[in-house]
Design a protein around this ligand. Structure first.
Ligand SMILES: Cc1ncc(COP(=O)(O)O)c(C=O)c1O
Length: 408
């Protein structure tokens, strides 16, 4: 496989040629990525040429609707699922909220769900509230030292009462990549459905959700180089089983059933730009010239290889420092480049110091209050989080390491 052409990649992101951002190394990508040019171009075109009610018979409207359909079809193909198994909502938090209402109606008191204390609150709180409806909530707990989830522990918690297991593909503070296929197989064997929060994983390469196996897979397009949308895969069997949450006359359309909010036409249409970007990466690097899932897999591996090679030196630089606790594994091959550090002072003030060296990073709890508490980190003090993606350059990593050296 060819290695990532970083100059080509950065040329696809207008932020890298924006004068006001010159010299600023971006390390808060887990909060939201830069947007790729195909997405910005589509958004601009939609707002200037197609900003009308879509799916009507006049030309501007026809084009608007067709572009929204294109986005769903092409992204679903990359994700390895059917077109109507992908829907777009306002955000992942909103999507899990709606899903939790559907499960609340479908489940009976006395039945159970499993949540983790590794998740971002978006894939935790809405599910835990099902306790108010008499549903038993079981917590699959992380190891307080490593932050890891052990699939064996899950296996021991399952019985015929459990209907759903919720967990992250990768936590936004622990960073370790969970074995989704293995965990899904354990849950399915016990007769439970699976809901995976892929928000912290998908920016590092779209996964083939069909191959991975979960019944629900969620991610946020504003972290995968796209517009501010929550993308939600719901496999057909589950989607048809759960009660419809949309207008009653939309109940027959799978991709509408769990998105009661009116769709954001322009942002859904612009989501096709994420598929354009995958295609561009593929073509430029000599990847497969057909098959969206194959192209997605190629782009995924290209991104991952670049990220892993940049990440290991960062982990090595922080893992044995006094007064610094690296959250999660120090093996780059097992984690995303989302690196949280617990320090002996408030993380936000350290992020402010990094800003003086042109490093854009954040400090706080990142809505991962439960995992931080479980690992003995005071959420009020928070963690310093430096997170990057495939478009990050060696030069920016050097800038980060130098800044960390001064600040830590
Ligand atoms: C792991 C994870 N899950 C869920 C969310 C929530 O996503 P959204 O902002 O789309 O609601 C975030 C946001 O930071 C996240 O990092």
């Amino acid at each position: 496989m060819s290695s990532l052409d970083i100059d080509f990649v950065r040329a696809q992101f207008p932020a890298f040629s924006e004068p006001s951002l010159k010299g600023q190394a971006f390390f808060e990508n887990a909060g939201g990525s830069y947007t790729c040019k195909p997405v910005i171009d589509r958004l601009t075109r939609f707002y200037t040429q197609r900003k009308v009610q879509p799916y009507a018979p006049y030309e501007a409207s026809r084009l608007a609707g067709a572009e929204m359909d294109e986005a769903r079809a092409r992204m679903a193909a990359i994700l390895g699922v059917e077109t109507d198994e992908l829907s777009f909502g306002p955000s992942t938090t909103q999507n899990t909220y709606v899903l939790a209402q559907a499960f609340r109606q479908w489940m009976k008191p006395g039945e159970a769900i499993v949540v983790t204390n590794q998740d971002h609150e978006a894939n935790s709180g809405p599910w835990r509230r099902l306790a108010e409806a008499g549903i038993e909530v079981r917590e699959w707990q992380i190891d307080p030292e490593t932050g890891s989830l052990n699939p064996q522990d899950l296996e021991n918690m399952l019985d015929e009462k459990v209907r759903l297991v919720c967990f992250p593909h990768c936590s936004n503070v622990v960073g370790e990549i969970n074995p989704v296929t293995e965990i899904t197989a354990i849950a399915h064997a016990a007769g439970a459905f699976v809901c995976v929060d892929g928000v912290s994983y998908a920016p590092h390469g779209f996964p083939n959700v069909g191959d991975l196996g979960p019944d629900i897979y969620l991610f946020s397009a504003y972290k995968t180089y796209g517009p501010h949308q929550g993308c939600m895969v719901i496999r057909r069997t589950l989607g048809e089983l759960l009660p419809n949450q949309a207008h009653y006359f939309n109940a027959d359309v799978l991709y509408k059933r769990f998105t009661p909010a009116g769709p954001d036409h322009a942002q859904i249409a612009a989501s096709a730009g994420m598929a354009d970007y995958v295609e561009l990466l593929c073509t430029h690097h000599g990847g497969p010239d057909a098959g969206a899932a194959e192209q997605g897999a190629f782009a995924h591996d290209l991104m991952r290889a670049h990220e892993v090679s940049l990440l290991q030196p960062v982990l090595d630089a922080v893992k044995d420092r006094n007064a610094v606790r690296l959250i999660g594994t120090s093996d780059a091959t097992r984690r995303a480049p989302t690196v949280a550090l617990s320090l002996n002072r408030p993380a936000e003030s350290v992020a402010a110091e990094l800003a003086q060296y042109g490093v854009m990073a954040g400090g706080g709890d990142f809505y991962a209050v439960r995992p931080l508490q479980a690992m003995g980190v005071d959420p009020a003090q928070g963690v310093l989080r430096v997170s990057f993606t495939h478009y990050t350059s060696q030069q920016e990593i050097d800038q980060l390491l130098e800044a960390l050296e001064r600040v830590l």
